[in-house]
Ligand binder design. Structure first.
Ligand SMILES: Cc1cc2nc3c(=O)[nH]c(=O)nc-3n(C[C@H](O)[C@H](O)[C@H](O)COP(=O)(O)OP(=O)(O)OC[C@H]3O[C@@H](n4cnc5c(N)ncnc54)[C@H](O)[C@@H]3O)c2cc1C
Length: 390
Protein backbone atom coordinates (compact mmCIF):
# COMPACT_ATOMS: atom_id res chain seq x y z
CA UNK A 1 0.00 0.00 0.00
CA UNK A 2 1.37 3.45 -0.84
CA UNK A 3 1.79 5.99 1.96
CA UNK A 4 -0.91 8.72 1.50
CA UNK A 5 1.31 11.31 3.24
CA UNK A 6 4.90 10.60 2.21
CA UNK A 7 7.62 12.89 3.52
CA UNK A 8 8.45 15.60 0.95
CA UNK A 9 12.20 15.98 0.48
CA UNK A 10 13.86 18.62 -1.67
CA UNK A 11 17.37 17.72 -2.80
CA UNK A 12 19.55 20.61 -4.02
CA UNK A 13 22.17 19.69 -6.64
CA UNK A 14 22.01 17.13 -9.46
CA UNK A 15 25.56 15.82 -9.24
CA UNK A 16 26.11 12.16 -8.39
CA UNK A 17 25.38 12.66 -4.68
CA UNK A 18 22.14 14.61 -5.04
CA UNK A 19 20.83 12.44 -7.87
CA UNK A 20 21.66 9.20 -6.07
CA UNK A 21 19.94 10.52 -2.94
CA UNK A 22 16.86 11.56 -4.93
CA UNK A 23 16.66 8.16 -6.64
CA UNK A 24 17.03 6.23 -3.39
CA UNK A 25 14.47 8.45 -1.63
CA UNK A 26 11.95 8.03 -4.45
CA UNK A 27 12.54 4.26 -4.46
CA UNK A 28 11.81 4.23 -0.71
CA UNK A 29 8.45 5.98 -1.24
CA UNK A 30 9.34 9.59 -0.37
CA UNK A 31 7.94 12.50 -2.36
CA UNK A 32 11.04 13.96 -3.98
CA UNK A 33 11.90 17.22 -5.74
CA UNK A 34 15.42 17.52 -7.14
CA UNK A 35 16.43 21.10 -7.96
CA UNK A 36 19.65 22.09 -9.63
CA UNK A 37 21.12 25.36 -10.84
CA UNK A 38 21.80 24.29 -14.45
CA UNK A 39 21.81 20.87 -16.10
CA UNK A 40 22.42 17.59 -14.24
CA UNK A 41 26.11 16.57 -14.04
CA UNK A 42 27.34 20.10 -14.80
CA UNK A 43 29.60 20.16 -11.70
CA UNK A 44 32.49 17.98 -10.51
CA UNK A 45 30.61 14.83 -11.51
CA UNK A 46 30.83 15.88 -15.15
CA UNK A 47 34.62 16.27 -15.04
CA UNK A 48 35.82 13.54 -12.68
CA UNK A 49 38.46 10.88 -13.15
CA UNK A 50 35.90 8.68 -11.36
CA UNK A 51 38.33 5.89 -10.53
CA UNK A 52 36.42 3.44 -8.31
CA UNK A 53 38.71 2.47 -5.49
CA UNK A 54 39.46 2.08 -1.79
CA UNK A 55 43.15 2.69 -2.32
CA UNK A 56 45.63 4.57 -0.14
CA UNK A 57 46.16 5.10 3.59
CA UNK A 58 42.96 6.47 5.07
CA UNK A 59 40.94 5.97 8.26
CA UNK A 60 39.44 2.50 8.75
CA UNK A 61 35.95 3.98 8.51
CA UNK A 62 36.69 5.73 5.21
CA UNK A 63 38.28 2.61 3.73
CA UNK A 64 35.22 0.58 4.77
CA UNK A 65 32.84 3.17 3.33
CA UNK A 66 34.63 3.06 -0.03
CA UNK A 67 34.61 -0.75 0.01
CA UNK A 68 30.85 -0.85 0.44
CA UNK A 69 30.73 1.90 -2.20
CA UNK A 70 32.41 -0.53 -4.60
CA UNK A 71 30.00 -3.25 -3.48
CA UNK A 72 27.00 -1.13 -4.50
CA UNK A 73 28.48 -0.61 -7.96
CA UNK A 74 28.67 -4.38 -8.39
CA UNK A 75 25.00 -4.59 -7.36
CA UNK A 76 24.20 -1.83 -9.85
CA UNK A 77 25.93 -3.83 -12.61
CA UNK A 78 23.80 -6.86 -11.77
CA UNK A 79 20.59 -4.83 -11.86
CA UNK A 80 21.62 -2.86 -14.97
CA UNK A 81 23.47 -5.06 -17.49
CA UNK A 82 23.45 -2.11 -19.92
CA UNK A 83 25.76 -0.25 -17.50
CA UNK A 84 28.57 -2.37 -18.96
CA UNK A 85 29.20 0.56 -21.33
CA UNK A 86 29.80 3.18 -18.62
CA UNK A 87 30.78 1.16 -15.54
CA UNK A 88 33.80 -1.12 -15.77
CA UNK A 89 35.92 -3.14 -13.38
CA UNK A 90 38.86 -3.76 -15.70
CA UNK A 91 41.53 -3.09 -13.05
CA UNK A 92 43.87 -0.23 -12.19
CA UNK A 93 47.64 0.13 -12.11
CA UNK A 94 49.72 2.59 -10.08
CA UNK A 95 53.41 3.16 -9.56
CA UNK A 96 55.75 5.60 -7.84
CA UNK A 97 57.94 8.35 -9.20
CA UNK A 98 61.68 8.85 -8.90
CA UNK A 99 62.89 8.27 -5.32
CA UNK A 100 59.38 7.14 -4.33
CA UNK A 101 58.68 3.49 -3.57
CA UNK A 102 55.16 2.06 -3.58
CA UNK A 103 56.23 -1.03 -1.61
CA UNK A 104 54.80 0.38 1.65
CA UNK A 105 51.52 1.21 -0.05
CA UNK A 106 51.40 -2.34 -1.36
CA UNK A 107 52.12 -3.78 2.10
CA UNK A 108 49.41 -1.52 3.57
CA UNK A 109 46.84 -2.61 1.02
CA UNK A 110 47.67 -6.32 1.49
CA UNK A 111 47.55 -5.96 5.30
CA UNK A 112 44.01 -4.62 4.94
CA UNK A 113 43.03 -7.56 2.73
CA UNK A 114 42.69 -5.29 -0.31
CA UNK A 115 42.93 -6.92 -3.74
CA UNK A 116 46.46 -5.88 -4.76
CA UNK A 117 49.25 -7.72 -6.56
CA UNK A 118 52.78 -6.53 -7.27
CA UNK A 119 53.81 -6.69 -10.92
CA UNK A 120 57.25 -6.37 -12.45
CA UNK A 121 57.54 -4.78 -15.88
CA UNK A 122 57.28 -8.10 -17.68
CA UNK A 123 54.06 -8.93 -15.84
CA UNK A 124 52.70 -5.44 -16.58
CA UNK A 125 53.23 -6.09 -20.30
CA UNK A 126 51.44 -9.42 -19.99
CA UNK A 127 48.51 -8.43 -17.77
CA UNK A 128 47.90 -4.85 -18.91
CA UNK A 129 48.94 -4.78 -22.58
CA UNK A 130 47.45 -1.27 -22.98
CA UNK A 131 50.27 0.07 -20.75
CA UNK A 132 53.82 0.91 -21.85
CA UNK A 133 55.73 -1.37 -19.46
CA UNK A 134 58.94 0.62 -20.01
CA UNK A 135 57.29 3.68 -18.42
CA UNK A 136 56.59 1.75 -15.21
CA UNK A 137 58.90 2.34 -12.20
CA UNK A 138 61.92 0.05 -12.14
CA UNK A 139 60.67 -1.57 -8.92
CA UNK A 140 57.33 -2.44 -10.54
CA UNK A 141 53.71 -1.44 -9.93
CA UNK A 142 50.62 -2.24 -7.88
CA UNK A 143 47.80 -3.86 -9.83
CA UNK A 144 44.33 -3.63 -8.30
CA UNK A 145 42.28 -6.01 -10.39
CA UNK A 146 39.04 -5.22 -8.50
CA UNK A 147 39.10 -1.48 -9.23
CA UNK A 148 37.45 0.29 -12.12
CA UNK A 149 35.78 3.44 -13.36
CA UNK A 150 32.36 4.94 -13.97
CA UNK A 151 31.27 7.63 -16.39
CA UNK A 152 29.20 9.69 -13.98
CA UNK A 153 27.04 11.61 -16.50
CA UNK A 154 25.71 8.24 -17.77
CA UNK A 155 25.08 6.98 -14.25
CA UNK A 156 23.37 10.25 -13.30
CA UNK A 157 21.09 9.98 -16.35
CA UNK A 158 20.16 6.41 -15.35
CA UNK A 159 19.49 7.43 -11.72
CA UNK A 160 17.39 10.39 -12.87
CA UNK A 161 15.30 8.10 -15.08
CA UNK A 162 14.73 5.78 -12.11
CA UNK A 163 13.86 8.68 -9.81
CA UNK A 164 11.34 10.09 -12.29
CA UNK A 165 9.81 6.63 -12.85
CA UNK A 166 9.37 6.46 -9.06
CA UNK A 167 7.55 9.81 -9.04
CA UNK A 168 10.34 12.34 -8.43
CA UNK A 169 10.10 15.84 -9.91
CA UNK A 170 13.24 17.35 -11.40
CA UNK A 171 13.67 21.12 -11.75
CA UNK A 172 16.67 22.11 -13.89
CA UNK A 173 17.98 25.64 -14.51
CA UNK A 174 16.74 26.69 -11.06
CA UNK A 175 19.59 29.18 -10.56
CA UNK A 176 21.27 29.70 -7.23
CA UNK A 177 18.97 27.76 -4.87
CA UNK A 178 19.08 28.50 -1.13
CA UNK A 179 17.81 26.58 1.86
CA UNK A 180 14.84 28.36 3.44
CA UNK A 181 15.50 28.34 7.19
CA UNK A 182 12.93 29.67 9.62
CA UNK A 183 13.10 29.46 13.43
CA UNK A 184 16.08 27.13 13.22
CA UNK A 185 14.50 24.65 10.81
CA UNK A 186 14.67 24.07 7.05
CA UNK A 187 11.16 24.57 5.71
CA UNK A 188 12.02 24.29 2.02
CA UNK A 189 14.14 26.08 -0.56
CA UNK A 190 14.12 29.37 -2.44
CA UNK A 191 14.83 29.06 -6.14
CA UNK A 192 17.13 31.45 -7.97
CA UNK A 193 14.17 33.55 -9.14
CA UNK A 194 12.87 33.91 -5.57
CA UNK A 195 10.16 31.24 -5.80
CA UNK A 196 9.80 29.41 -2.46
CA UNK A 197 9.19 25.64 -2.44
CA UNK A 198 8.06 24.04 0.82
CA UNK A 199 9.34 20.68 2.04
CA UNK A 200 9.53 18.53 5.17
CA UNK A 201 13.25 17.88 4.68
CA UNK A 202 16.03 19.42 2.59
CA UNK A 203 19.25 17.75 1.42
CA UNK A 204 22.14 20.00 0.40
CA UNK A 205 24.34 18.31 -2.23
CA UNK A 206 25.86 21.18 -4.15
CA UNK A 207 29.43 19.86 -4.29
CA UNK A 208 32.10 22.53 -3.84
CA UNK A 209 29.40 25.10 -3.02
CA UNK A 210 28.33 23.34 0.19
CA UNK A 211 30.79 25.11 2.55
CA UNK A 212 29.73 28.56 1.33
CA UNK A 213 26.06 27.72 1.61
CA UNK A 214 26.43 26.27 5.12
CA UNK A 215 28.55 29.24 6.21
CA UNK A 216 25.72 31.53 5.09
CA UNK A 217 23.46 29.57 7.45
CA UNK A 218 25.93 30.06 10.32
CA UNK A 219 27.45 26.56 10.07
CA UNK A 220 31.14 26.78 9.12
CA UNK A 221 32.69 23.63 7.65
CA UNK A 222 36.43 23.13 7.09
CA UNK A 223 37.01 23.29 3.38
CA UNK A 224 39.97 22.23 1.22
CA UNK A 225 38.17 22.46 -2.14
CA UNK A 226 40.64 23.37 -4.91
CA UNK A 227 39.99 24.31 -8.51
CA UNK A 228 40.85 21.41 -10.79
CA UNK A 229 40.65 20.42 -14.41
CA UNK A 230 40.66 17.39 -16.63
CA UNK A 231 41.64 17.01 -20.26
CA UNK A 232 39.28 14.89 -22.36
CA UNK A 233 40.97 13.45 -25.45
CA UNK A 234 39.65 12.47 -28.83
CA UNK A 235 38.93 8.70 -29.07
CA UNK A 236 42.00 6.48 -29.06
CA UNK A 237 42.52 3.12 -30.78
CA UNK A 238 43.23 0.50 -29.59
CA UNK A 239 40.99 1.05 -26.59
CA UNK A 240 42.53 1.60 -23.17
CA UNK A 241 40.97 -0.53 -20.42
CA UNK A 242 43.15 -0.03 -17.33
CA UNK A 243 42.83 3.00 -15.02
CA UNK A 244 46.33 4.44 -14.53
CA UNK A 245 47.66 6.45 -11.60
CA UNK A 246 51.22 7.33 -12.51
CA UNK A 247 53.60 9.98 -11.12
CA UNK A 248 52.69 12.56 -13.77
CA UNK A 249 49.28 11.60 -15.12
CA UNK A 250 46.09 9.76 -14.21
CA UNK A 251 44.28 8.15 -17.14
CA UNK A 252 40.80 6.71 -17.30
CA UNK A 253 38.89 5.45 -20.31
CA UNK A 254 35.47 6.74 -21.37
CA UNK A 255 32.72 4.61 -22.95
CA UNK A 256 33.49 5.76 -26.51
CA UNK A 257 37.28 5.35 -26.41
CA UNK A 258 38.10 8.89 -25.28
CA UNK A 259 40.35 9.32 -22.24
CA UNK A 260 40.10 11.58 -19.19
CA UNK A 261 43.44 12.87 -17.87
CA UNK A 262 44.54 14.80 -14.81
CA UNK A 263 47.49 15.17 -12.41
CA UNK A 264 48.32 16.99 -9.18
CA UNK A 265 51.10 19.06 -10.80
CA UNK A 266 48.71 20.18 -13.54
CA UNK A 267 46.03 21.07 -10.99
CA UNK A 268 48.52 23.30 -9.19
CA UNK A 269 49.27 25.18 -12.42
CA UNK A 270 45.72 26.55 -12.66
CA UNK A 271 45.29 30.32 -12.35
CA UNK A 272 42.15 31.38 -10.48
CA UNK A 273 41.12 35.03 -10.92
CA UNK A 274 39.44 37.09 -8.18
CA UNK A 275 36.06 36.55 -9.85
CA UNK A 276 36.58 32.77 -9.64
CA UNK A 277 37.25 32.29 -13.35
CA UNK A 278 39.86 29.65 -14.13
CA UNK A 279 42.68 29.69 -16.67
CA UNK A 280 44.39 26.42 -17.53
CA UNK A 281 47.86 26.95 -19.05
CA UNK A 282 48.26 25.40 -22.53
CA UNK A 283 51.55 23.90 -21.35
CA UNK A 284 49.69 21.90 -18.69
CA UNK A 285 47.28 20.49 -21.27
CA UNK A 286 50.15 19.60 -23.60
CA UNK A 287 52.10 18.14 -20.68
CA UNK A 288 49.23 15.85 -19.69
CA UNK A 289 48.75 14.67 -23.28
CA UNK A 290 52.48 13.94 -23.64
CA UNK A 291 52.64 12.08 -20.33
CA UNK A 292 49.56 10.01 -21.15
CA UNK A 293 51.01 9.09 -24.53
CA UNK A 294 54.26 8.07 -22.82
CA UNK A 295 52.59 5.66 -20.37
CA UNK A 296 50.35 4.01 -22.97
CA UNK A 297 51.46 1.14 -25.18
CA UNK A 298 52.33 2.25 -28.71
CA UNK A 299 52.63 5.94 -27.68
CA UNK A 300 49.34 6.97 -29.34
CA UNK A 301 49.07 10.53 -30.60
CA UNK A 302 46.63 12.19 -28.21
CA UNK A 303 44.60 15.28 -29.02
CA UNK A 304 42.58 17.32 -26.53
CA UNK A 305 38.90 17.42 -27.42
CA UNK A 306 38.19 19.75 -24.51
CA UNK A 307 39.34 20.92 -21.11
CA UNK A 308 36.83 20.96 -18.23
CA UNK A 309 37.63 23.00 -15.11
CA UNK A 310 35.89 23.87 -11.85
CA UNK A 311 35.74 23.04 -8.17
CA UNK A 312 36.85 19.67 -6.81
CA UNK A 313 34.86 19.27 -3.57
CA UNK A 314 37.12 18.24 -0.66
CA UNK A 315 36.27 18.69 3.04
CA UNK A 316 39.03 20.23 5.16
CA UNK A 317 40.10 16.99 6.85
CA UNK A 318 39.72 14.97 3.63
CA UNK A 319 36.91 12.78 4.99
CA UNK A 320 33.25 12.89 3.92
CA UNK A 321 30.80 15.26 5.59
CA UNK A 322 27.43 13.50 5.69
CA UNK A 323 24.17 13.65 7.63
CA UNK A 324 22.05 16.07 9.61
CA UNK A 325 23.27 19.63 10.04
CA UNK A 326 23.48 20.42 13.76
CA UNK A 327 21.31 23.35 14.81
CA UNK A 328 19.14 23.36 11.67
CA UNK A 329 16.21 20.97 11.91
CA UNK A 330 15.29 19.04 8.78
CA UNK A 331 18.52 19.75 6.89
CA UNK A 332 21.01 17.08 5.78
CA UNK A 333 24.21 17.53 3.83
CA UNK A 334 26.51 15.53 1.54
CA UNK A 335 29.96 16.94 0.83
CA UNK A 336 32.86 14.69 -0.08
CA UNK A 337 35.83 13.82 -2.20
CA UNK A 338 35.80 10.29 -3.72
CA UNK A 339 32.19 11.06 -4.57
CA UNK A 340 32.35 8.83 -7.63
CA UNK A 341 33.24 5.79 -5.50
CA UNK A 342 30.77 6.86 -2.79
CA UNK A 343 27.91 8.06 -4.99
CA UNK A 344 25.61 5.05 -4.75
CA UNK A 345 26.28 4.12 -1.12
CA UNK A 346 25.95 7.65 0.32
CA UNK A 347 22.71 8.28 -1.56
CA UNK A 348 21.35 5.00 -0.22
CA UNK A 349 22.38 5.59 3.40
CA UNK A 350 21.23 9.20 3.64
CA UNK A 351 17.88 8.31 2.04
CA UNK A 352 17.45 5.50 4.56
CA UNK A 353 18.21 7.86 7.45
CA UNK A 354 15.63 10.34 6.22
CA UNK A 355 12.88 7.82 5.56
CA UNK A 356 13.37 5.72 8.71
CA UNK A 357 14.66 8.42 11.09
CA UNK A 358 17.35 5.96 12.25
CA UNK A 359 20.94 7.25 11.95
CA UNK A 360 23.25 4.90 10.04
CA UNK A 361 26.17 3.73 12.23
CA UNK A 362 28.33 3.58 9.08
CA UNK A 363 28.07 7.36 8.85
CA UNK A 364 28.92 8.07 12.50
CA UNK A 365 32.54 8.98 11.73
CA UNK A 366 31.51 11.43 9.01
CA UNK A 367 29.06 13.68 10.83
CA UNK A 368 29.41 17.43 10.95
CA UNK A 369 29.58 17.48 14.74
CA UNK A 370 33.14 16.10 14.58
CA UNK A 371 34.20 19.72 14.00
CA UNK A 372 32.42 21.01 17.12
CA UNK A 373 35.56 21.13 19.29
CA UNK A 374 37.48 23.06 16.63
CA UNK A 375 34.54 25.40 16.12
CA UNK A 376 34.58 26.26 19.80
CA UNK A 377 38.30 27.01 19.47
CA UNK A 378 37.53 29.23 16.49
CA UNK A 379 39.68 27.12 14.17
CA UNK A 380 37.15 26.21 11.53
CA UNK A 381 37.43 27.85 8.16
CA UNK A 382 39.08 27.68 4.82
CA UNK A 383 42.63 26.46 5.21
CA UNK A 384 42.17 25.30 8.81
CA UNK A 385 43.16 21.79 7.68
CA UNK A 386 45.88 20.77 5.28
CA UNK A 387 44.39 20.19 1.80
CA UNK A 388 44.25 16.58 0.65
CA UNK A 389 44.98 15.92 -3.00
CA UNK A 390 43.24 13.27 -5.10
C1 LIG B 1 39.38 16.29 -11.38
C2 LIG B 1 38.61 15.40 -10.43
C3 LIG B 1 39.04 14.08 -10.26
C4 LIG B 1 38.32 13.25 -9.40
N1 LIG B 1 38.68 11.95 -9.29
C5 LIG B 1 37.94 11.09 -8.54
C6 LIG B 1 38.25 9.71 -8.54
O1 LIG B 1 39.17 9.25 -9.22
N2 LIG B 1 37.47 8.87 -7.77
C7 LIG B 1 36.42 9.34 -7.03
O2 LIG B 1 35.75 8.55 -6.38
N3 LIG B 1 36.12 10.67 -7.03
C8 LIG B 1 36.84 11.53 -7.76
N4 LIG B 1 36.55 12.85 -7.79
C9 LIG B 1 35.53 13.35 -6.87
C10 LIG B 1 34.12 13.19 -7.39
O3 LIG B 1 34.04 13.44 -8.76
C11 LIG B 1 33.24 14.18 -6.62
O4 LIG B 1 33.37 13.90 -5.23
C12 LIG B 1 31.77 14.08 -6.99
O5 LIG B 1 31.58 14.20 -8.38
C13 LIG B 1 31.01 15.17 -6.25
O6 LIG B 1 29.66 15.05 -6.58
P1 LIG B 1 28.61 16.08 -5.97
O7 LIG B 1 27.27 15.59 -6.37
O8 LIG B 1 28.89 16.29 -4.53
O9 LIG B 1 28.99 17.49 -6.63
P2 LIG B 1 28.83 18.05 -8.14
O10 LIG B 1 29.04 16.98 -9.14
O11 LIG B 1 29.67 19.25 -8.18
O12 LIG B 1 27.30 18.43 -8.20
C14 LIG B 1 26.75 19.52 -7.51
C15 LIG B 1 25.59 20.05 -8.34
O13 LIG B 1 24.97 21.09 -7.59
C16 LIG B 1 24.68 22.17 -8.47
N5 LIG B 1 24.66 23.39 -7.65
C17 LIG B 1 25.73 24.04 -7.09
N6 LIG B 1 25.30 25.11 -6.39
C18 LIG B 1 23.95 25.13 -6.50
C19 LIG B 1 22.94 25.98 -6.01
N7 LIG B 1 23.20 27.02 -5.21
N8 LIG B 1 21.66 25.72 -6.34
C20 LIG B 1 21.34 24.66 -7.12
N9 LIG B 1 22.25 23.82 -7.61
C21 LIG B 1 23.55 24.04 -7.30
C22 LIG B 1 25.81 22.15 -9.48
O14 LIG B 1 25.42 22.82 -10.67
C23 LIG B 1 26.02 20.66 -9.67
O15 LIG B 1 25.22 20.13 -10.70
C24 LIG B 1 37.21 13.74 -8.65
C25 LIG B 1 36.78 15.05 -8.86
C26 LIG B 1 37.46 15.87 -9.75
C27 LIG B 1 36.94 17.26 -9.99
Amino acid sequence: MTNPHPVHVIVIGAGILGTSTAAHLARAGARVTLVTSGKPADGASGRSIAWLNSSGARSTEYRYLRLIGLDRYRTWRERHPESDAYLRFDGALKWGGENESFRDTFAYERAGGYDAVWLDREQVAELTPDVNADAVAEEGAIYNRGEGWVNLPDLIAALLAEAVADGARVIENAGDVRVDVRDGAAVGVILGDGTPLAADRVVLATGGHVPGQLAALGVPVPDATPSAFVVITEPVEPRVRTVLNTPNVAVRPMPDGRLVLDADWAEKSIVVEDDGSITVPDASVEGLLAEASRVLAGHPTLTAERVAAGLKPIPGDGEPVVGVVPGIGGLSVLFTHSGATLGLILGELIAEEIVTGAPSPVLDAFRLDRFEADRELGEVGIGAWAPVTQ
